[in-house]
Design a protein around this ligand. Structure first.
Ligand code: IPE
Ligand code: IPE
Ligand code: MG
Length: 242
């Protein structure tokens, strides 16, 4: 969508996915524990949601905790889960005020019961909101998501609900956690790492990638605008010729 932002004509992506990375290094630079970085990172997620919506972005999907992040110390994982609890608790009021719809993707079966209940409450309370579609990937792994989708398809075939010949990309996509979301137009990763770390492998097949050295807690409106600027200059061909 074309939009004038700060006097500049930009092509604003409909759906932006972010791998928010660098919280630990941000804290280390300040001689603080890793969880200090996660706290600052969580605060920044709230801020960037507002900035994204004001820029005209309709969908924002952020990677909060991967299926591989359980490998970290108990202290760090507990800290992240407690931040999440706090976020979920305060989010209903804030999201409704901002007209934001919140969804969670990932394997919820390994999350604590109280967290799952808080997620249900938040998703229900914001389901009717028509502003930013904000999605958090929690205990999310792209390979895990694909395996779960494949299992569902196998069950549907086994129970006679689906014929093997009818499986196509749309049917497969309908079994993914992101079935209700458009594919991301732009994928951003902060902190200088140039990899996707199991994030949305199916969905980003034709996304534009933008990598920045900025650490997540420092990623502000100007940084997001810079990513949108780069996106504006990309020529998306989707395999065709222009
Ligand atoms: C991203 O920051 C947040 C999570 C993965 C939970 P990191 O914690 O990965 O920060 P670095 O990469 O160690 O700096
Ligand atoms: C990816 O970041 C996961 C999240 C941002 C939640 P990591 O910090 O876990 O990724 P690697 O280990 O550098 O690939
Ligand atoms: Mg990291």
């Amino acid at each position: 969508m074309e939009k004038i932002i700060d006097g500049e004509k930009l092509n604003v992506p409909q759906h932006v996915a972010i791998i928010l990375d660098g919280n630990g290094r941000w804290a280390k630079k300040r001689f603080m524990p890793r969880n200090f970085g996660h706290k600052a990172g969580a605060k920044n997620v709230e801020k960037i949601c507002e900035d994204a919506w004001n820029m005209g972005i309709k969908y924002l999907t952020v990677y909060v905790f991967s299926t591989e992040n359980w490998k970290r110390s108990v202290e760090e994982v507990t800290g992240i889960m407690n931040l999440l609890r706090n976020y979920l608790e305060t989010s209903i009021e804030r999201s409704n005020k901002e007209n934001m719809r919140v969804r969670i993707i990932g394997d919820r079966s390994k999350l604590a019961d109280d967290i799952n209940q808080a997620i249900d409450k938040l998703e229900e309370a914001t389901a009717g909101n028509t502003g930013l579609n904000f999605t958090m990937a929690l205990n999310y792994g792209g390979r895990d998501e694909i395996v779960r989708a494949a299992k569902q398809l196998a069950w549907d075939v086994k129970t006679g609900k689906l014929a093997v010949e009818d499986i196509n990309e749309d049917v497969f996509n309908s079994k993914l956690d992101t079935a209700d979301l458009p594919y991301p137009d732009l994928l951003i990763r902060t902190s200088g790492e140039v990899r996707t770390s199991n994030y949305l492998p199916w969905q980003i097949a034709y996304s534009e990638f933008y990598f920045t050295d900025v650490l997540w807690p420092d990623f502000d409106r100007e940084c997001l605008l810079d990513a949108v600027r780069h996106f504006t200059n990309r020529d998306r061909r989707f395999g065709g010729v222009k």
